[in-house]
Design a protein around this ligand. Structure first.
Ligand SMILES: [Zn+2]
Ligand SMILES: [Zn+2]
Length: 216
């Protein structure tokens, strides 16, 4: 069986489910491969998916594989797009390749390096890994939440994960956009930062939403 096609189908099923879609026809459409229907039959036989009339769903075995693929894909997007600053299209294509071979421990290292980001650059949730629950780990991450930065340190903003999308605009108007350098001046009683010689106070929730790479 073509493993790449199988993986592609599992991933597509995962993202369709996020949108509440289980349609067989839509899946076939999305895969756009003449072997898709044959592969689906084989996948059902090997316990990866279940097919009933016009619906396809992940079975247990497919569920964990789809989860891992999605996690690796979305973490790779963060890595290439936000940290290595590769364009969105190329990041996406590269993510499609690396998702097939990143080992579990490398995946958790990438996740830790990136400060365990909750979403990909498209705003889709990144399935959590084991590393995410033992946050205060051995490794000092390359990218961290602003609140983890030491007072007096500077960091370059890598990405922002706002809990409300409307917040991005407000943050941007204060100069809080990826690429800009922030200095953390104080953490208590509130977060005070300096950006482009402007000093601002933000609440701790915002300090959790801004991910920075420390600048030495
Ligand atoms: Zn994405
Ligand atoms: Zn993690």
């Amino acid at each position: 069986m073509d493993n790449k096609l199988k993986d592609e189908i599992l991933e597509l099923l995962w993202s369709m489910r996020e949108k509440g879609i289980k349609s067989y026809a839509e899946l076939i459409n999305g895969v756009n491969n003449s072997e898709a229907s044959d592969t689906l039959i084989k996948m059902e036989k090997s316990g990866l998916i279940t097919i009933s009339e016009d619906q396809v769903e992940l079975a247990d075995k497919g569920e964990s594989r789809a989860r891992d693929l999605t996690r690796r894909h979305r973490l790779a997007e963060r890595l290439f797009h936000d940290v290595l600053e590769v364009g969105m299209q190329e990041s996406e294509e590269t993510a499609c390749e690396v998702e097939h071979f990143l080992s579990p421990s490398v995946t958790d290292s990438v996740c830790s390096f990136l400060g365990h980001p909750p979403t990909c650059p498209h705003g889709k949730p990144i399935p959590r890994g084991e590393c995410c629950s033992r946050y205060k780990s051995e490794m000092r991450p390359l990218v961290m939440q602003l609140k983890e930065l030491d007072v007096g340190s500077r960091g370059r903003i890598v990405f922002i994960v706002p809990s409300e999308h409307s917040r991005l605009e407000r943050l941007a108007s204060m100069g809080i956009v990826p690429g800009n350098i922030i200095r953390l001046k104080q953490k208590r009683p509130s977060f005070v930062l300096e950006i482009d010689e402007t000093v601002l106070a933000v609440d701790s929730l915002i300090a959790e939403e801004i991910y920075v790479k420390e600048k030495k």
